[in-house]
Design a protein around this ligand. Sequence first.
Ligand code: ARG
Length: 430
Amino acid sequence: MEQNSGSIKKIVLAYSGGLDTSVMLYWLKEKYQCPVMAMVADVGQSEDLEAIEKKAYETGADQVVISDLRESFIRDFVFPAMQAHALYEGEYLLGTALARPVIAVEQINQARDWGSNAVAHGATGKGNDQVRFELTFQALAPELKILAPWRMWKFQGRSDLIEYAQSKGISVTSSEEKPYSIDQNIMHTSYEGGVLEDPWQSPPEDIFLRTVSPQQAPDSVTQVEIEFEEGLPVRLNNEQMGPVEILQQLNRLAGANGVGRVDLVENRMVGMKSRGVYETPGLTVLYKAHSALESLTLDRQVQRLKAELALQISELIYYGFWFAPEMQLLLQLVKNSQEHVTGKVRMDLYKGNCTVLGRSSPYSLYDPSYATFEADQVYQQSDAEGFIRLQGLRLKIASLLRGRPVSAVPGAQEPYGESEKDEKALGRSV
Ligand code: ARG
């Protein structure tokens, strides 16, 4: 009851019903002696929310609120990230990183409605999630006090928590004794820790909750057709669907075909490397379909610009800067780029792969009469001659004035690369 206890009046805790946040709920009440709300964010983690509500009251919550954030999560965070083709370190689709700001926003809303002056989260002091929660709080609600119990209390790890929970009569379920950390929402499931901490060990097959292994997937192909309007998926196999339903259906179809598993060693924002295993079935299909449609409908230089920005956007998402001004600017740019990303993509899902079979759009920039190898009327092949000559002009001038040995291959590397002759030609001593 020492630090801050005077100024903390009411706390909104992001509560999952798991071991950490249950201990936290009890601990916050004990430490601050003030009302605590357990805010349960439904981001599609497919858990028994009523049981979580009951557990929160049993653990001492003064108020429990369950907020269905699934639609906002997908519409306002997941789909914009998909349109940007944001992939952290080339592989991670950012399912956890995208869910944190939507949960933090709801905590702020609840805190304001309930008249509370503090928010608390269950993220540890070693990971990325603490940063994502707290940057969102700072950007949108600088007046709120932020409590991160993992950085304050004396507990060192899970066994300390289990011991404390048992001493206080907080129930500990068997799944909470699982040896690895799981984070789940409608977009993905992530696994870290335990056996996965050895990056040489493959993930045990029985950890996976939403995809079959490609080896177990059916021998027949599943075809899907996805229709987009201005960059947003609106129809699956000719049936109109909202964002939640379309993602649920795609998760089911892709998961059954082993699509969307990723295993990587990633660089956390706070500095260390960490091994993460992910299942993101539906979104993996949507990313690919969306890219295929952009290949037809976007101008070349717009595609290029988007690809360059995708790296920046993925880092901003991973690092928790969703509400930073530069991110809002980039998101606006991505949104504007989607005006003509309307059309259909056909795909095959088969044993861990999703393959584009065809794409079409009323706004297609692809015109076979330009690309054809057949005789054509629209393109003068003789135009290419002067075009190439001018493209090469500076190369030609440099070569004429300075000389350029034909055998020099600067990119070649040992042990394949440069022969003695090349070394000489490059003017190096052999
Ligand atoms: N490494 C991923 C990320 O930083 C997943 C984190 C999962 N969080 C968790 N509390 N298990 O986005």
